[in-house]
Design a protein around this ligand. Sequence first.
Ligand code: NAP
Length: 240
Amino acid sequence: MEKLTGKVAIVTGGSRGIGLAIARALVAEGVHVAITGRSAAQLAAAAPTIESAGPGAVESLQADVRAYDAVERAVAATVARFGGLDILINNAGVGVFADVASMTPNQWADVIETNLTGPFNACHASLPHMRRRGGGFIINISSLAGDNPFVNGAAYCASKAGLNAFSEALMQEVRYDNIRVSYVLPGSVATGFSGRAENAGADWKASSGDVAEVVLNLLRQDPRSLVSRVELRPSKPPRK
Ligand SMILES: NC(=O)c1ccc[n+]([C@@H]2O[C@H](COP(=O)([O-])OP(=O)(O)OC[C@H]3O[C@@H](n4cnc5c(N)ncnc54)[C@H](OP(=O)(O)O)[C@@H]3O)[C@@H](O)[C@H]2O)c1
């Protein structure tokens, strides 16, 4: 089992929902974590709740994953604060659900740039630091929607299908640099995603903590092997 204590991680979109749970789980393991997000207020509110989860330190960095320069600055700030970078969790994501005829070009761009270009930006900025470190781990938070397109989900499903393909290609590119790449496909998770009430469906959906547990298990896997793709779904969704 890999030891996580003292490692350095970035969690994009770490200010609430799944990213916040992942950041808390990492800090509980003694990982030093930088979280990113667009809202400074949300980052400021999240930092103390992450810090209280355990011995790891926390840095919060305002950075929009759609903007390469901002992402590069956040990665550089993380390396400057903690001395390197071992783990990148590409979690930031948005969902805009509308049929193609109604969706505006701006909404389409927002989804694709956040969910697909964002992970590219963060990987591109992080890989040189991981190579310098002699290895690393990248985990992309995708969605079962990437494999299961549905009406009004053209942008979201396409962004996550793209992220799945991106993850598979990257995994093969960097494996000989001791950098492992995994992607996680959650089904419904009880968060405020896409403007939902945070607790809506909490009685049957997976929890943010369930996704964080999957991330920890991936990181703990002996480096000899790689669990490259994980599907996580609610055990008992409402019957159709
Ligand atoms: N909840 C689900 O049912 C579910 C299921 C499958 C997959 N997922 C995936 O899980 C990930 C997290 O979702 P969640 O449910 O935790 O959503 P959430 O509660 O809405 O949290 C999203 C996080 O991403 C950040 N974010 C959004 N756009 C950003 C941008 N352009 N740059 C930087 N940060 C950005 C948000 O902060 P700011 O708004 O302040 O930027 C927030 O911290 C997403 O990739 C989502 O697609 C969710």
